[in-house]
Ligand binder design. Sequence first.
Ligand SMILES: [Zn+2]
Length: 272
Amino acid sequence: MLWVLVALGVVASVHPATTAVVRWADDRRVRAPWRPRCVADTHDLAPADVVPVWSWLARRGTCRTCGEHIPGSLPLVEVGVVVLLAAVAWRHPGPVLVLLLPVAWSVVVATPIDLARMIIPDRLTFPLAGWSVVAATGLALAGVVGVGGVGGVGGLEGGDWADWRRAMLVGIALPGGMLALSLAFQLARGQVGMGMGDVKWGISLGVAMGWLGPWSVVAFLVATVLASGVVAIVLLALGHGATARFPFGPYLAVGTVVGLLVPADVVRRLLL
Ligand SMILES: [Zn+2]
């Protein structure tokens, strides 16, 4: 039953993901996400035009109704949603997916928007932050009263108030730390470091990582810092220097994927 729901949820979230990437990048609302619309937002799409990847390939990246160009990043987003959400569902089978799948979805949606526009939209980060807190609270409550086997899934995904407290703590500490870093960078360098979108996104990422446990938080932080360090070195090597601006969201995305997927004992063995 859970798997049917998860599979339906993953499939249902594919088209809204591509719509969100197009609309939110231009600070436009996604109206009626269940109704497939063309990227031009001028007409609805026939069912044959919303088959992930295939529709894009068959039309060669052009809408057959209005001729609008469909960016090549959109089939990648479709593949990304299916692959990442399926991987997260496989890693954490159980009710905790109500918290983790939306966060995984946000990774696939936020990355192309941040790369293209250097923003992570409020339309994504605010509802996601609210949902993360609600989902974590629901999981803890369900675990305490023992609803639907929450709390007993392999003894690992169990929701209780210790998980909840850790999730809330990291959900506050992570964006708080990012804000402090950003302000320090601004004071020292006189230019904006991390955008506020990253900080707002950090709330839900922190709640998810905190819920999963201390090693997921560590894995997230290490992977985020390593990814940003590697890119900084590459940019320096290419002669871009320290003035090159690069969005921070993709590093958070790398950290989140690692934190979601790499098991705690693997992280511990790699780091200790
Ligand atoms: Zn069209």
